[in-house]
Design a protein around this ligand. Structure first.
Ligand code: HEM
Length: 452
């Protein structure tokens, strides 16, 4: 290896348990503090494991795009995700990942998006018309139930109405278990007969059975239901023998899409309502735009480009509260150089959109909610690759378009009909770290209708 710069970081210790404790104790504060104290590339030692925290956009790009072959998903992170969401695309790599990703991409083709947009607007409208004028609603729970219903309908073709809460609980148990395993130095094996492991096994089984029952019904006919499952069940694996996906593979991919598809989107929408309540001028701008573009008719996919303000609000929300705050954990599979730094084989790499998006090196007044940053006039001020809520490179989020369509059309649909106010204007809303970051606890908001 060449004699390049060694990244700065906390004083070196052979066995650094203090860094492990600080990181696990409050990861968001930890990454913020590290980048503030040491700069955008920080050398860490987690116990005896060497690691790098990388917030510099050019280096994030090198790791995820130009030199992605030198980095793989970190095996422990992959196993934890597999236990939560099955052995689907997020937890796989190599040939299997490549083949399955190509299949899933077909499920997000433009002609499918029309159908998904209708599902989104229908569910958003159904939900907002349920809220009575003056009523208090828990926005976090409402957005979770709505997003889950949307993903269940668009991916699996099933209506969850009335069942969303129990499915959400199972998904939540699994993401809670994943979170605890990420934080643990040595996670306990799953077969242990203790309550948390029993809960985890039961929740995994419940979701698996739900999906298996839908697959069983579907295997009896060859109708295309316009959803992702139809693609998965009719797709031939693109290997030379052209196999159909097995039930196991279809279950795993569907479980992955269910988890990945609702939690992050729901969290981002909850933050959107919170930020708009704090910034009424932007809530008014969203309503004006919805009135102007939609009038009283339902939104459709083709309105997306005209809903510029809604787009800017969503993008700025994802900058301040990137749901996948630190999902991009990699490890170096060979000795490699990024920027000026040598990275030894085996080093863990942490990439955190939270740290990059909130650094004043890349975003002036980073903690200010300013959707105008994403206006056509100012967007070029954002440094290249400094904004990556959906990741970059070959593993970039496959559901990005669905998530953006869901957030923008929901924002327009709700703004068309009502305003949401914080019940307690001075309520301090903390961040809860889950697999996505979301508002901690309940987020009670009062609904004020302006339905015509
Ligand atoms: C606001 C919403 C969302 C955010 C912020 C988000 C974020 C991300 C990020 C950062 C990655 C890259 C992880 C990495 O490189 O290790 C990713 C991957 C992925 N996301 Fe999303 N996501 C969102 C919504 C969705 C939706 C709606 C779906 C599907 C219904 C989805 C499915 C996936 C899948 C399958 C992958 C794995 C892609 C691969 O490895 O090839 N996501 N997502």
């Amino acid at each position: 290896m060449s004699n390049r710069r060694v990244a700065p970081g906390p004083p070196f210790r052979w066995l650094d348990m203090q860094t492990v404790r600080e990181f696990a104790g409050n990861p968001l504060d930890f990454v913020d503090r590290m980048v503030r104290e040491y700069g955008p590339v920080v050398r860490l030692r987690l116990g005896i494991q060497p690691a790098l925290l990388v917030a510099a956009p050019a280096l994030v790009h090198e790791i995820l795009v130009t030199k992605h072959h030198s980095f793989a998903k970190e095996p422990r992170a992959k196993r934890i995700i597999r236990d939560m969401a099955g052995a689907g695309t997020i937890a796989s790599e190599g040939d299997i990942w490549f083949r399955h990703r190509r299949i899933i991409q077909k499920g997000f083709a433009p002609e499918r998006m029309e159908n998904y947009a209708e599902v989104i607007v229908e569910h958003a409208t159904r939900r907002v018309t349920k809220w009575a004028d003056g009523a208090t609603i828990d926005v976090t729970a409402e957005m979770a139930a709505m997003s889950l219903e949307i993903v269940a309908k668009s991916m699996l073709g099933i209506e969850l109405t009335g069942r969303a809460a129990s499915i959400h609980e199972h998904a939540n148990n699994l993401s809670q278990a994943a979170l605890e395993e990420f934080a643990a130095i040595a996670p306990l094996p799953d077969w242990l007969p203790i309550p948390s492991k029993r809960r985890k096994r039961a929740s995994f089984r419940a979701l698996e059975q739900l999906i298996q029952s839908v697959i069983d019904q579907r295997r009896q006919s060859e109708t295309d239901h316009g959803d992702m499952l139809s693609i998965l069940l009719s797709a031939t694996d693109e290997s030379p023998d052209g196999q159909l996906l097995t039930d196991r593979q279809a279950i795993d991919e569907t479980l992955t899409l269910l988890h990945a598809g609702y939690d992050s989107t729901a969290a981002a929408l909850a933050w959107t309502w919170y930020l708009l309540a704090r910034h009424p001028e932007w809530a008014a701008a969203a309503r004006d735009e919805a009135d102007h573009v939609l009038g009283t008719r339902p939104a459709k996919l083709s309105d997306l480009d005209a809903l510029e303000t809604c787009q800017q609000i969503v993008k700025e929300t994802l900058r301040l509260y990137p749901p996948a705050w630190m999902m991009m954990v990699r490890h170096a599979v060979e000795n490699v150089t990024i920027g000026d730094f040598d990275v030894a084989r085996g080093t863990w790499i942490y990439l955190s959109p939270w740290a990059t998006h909130r650094s004043e090196r890349y975003f002036p007044a980073p903690l200010t909610f300013d959707p105008d940053r994403f206006s056509a006039e100012r967007i070029d001020e954002i440094p290249e690759h400094a904004y990556f809520p959906f990741g970059l490179g070959p593993h970039r989020c496959v559901g990005e378009r669905l998530a953006m369509v869901e957030m923008i059309l929901t924002l327009a649909t709700v703004s068309q009909q009502c305003r949401l106010h914080l019940v307690d204007e001075h309520q301090r809303v903390d961040v809860e770290l889950h697999t996505a970051i979301r508002p901690q606890g309940r987020l009670p908001m009062r609904m004020e209708t302006h339905r015509k």
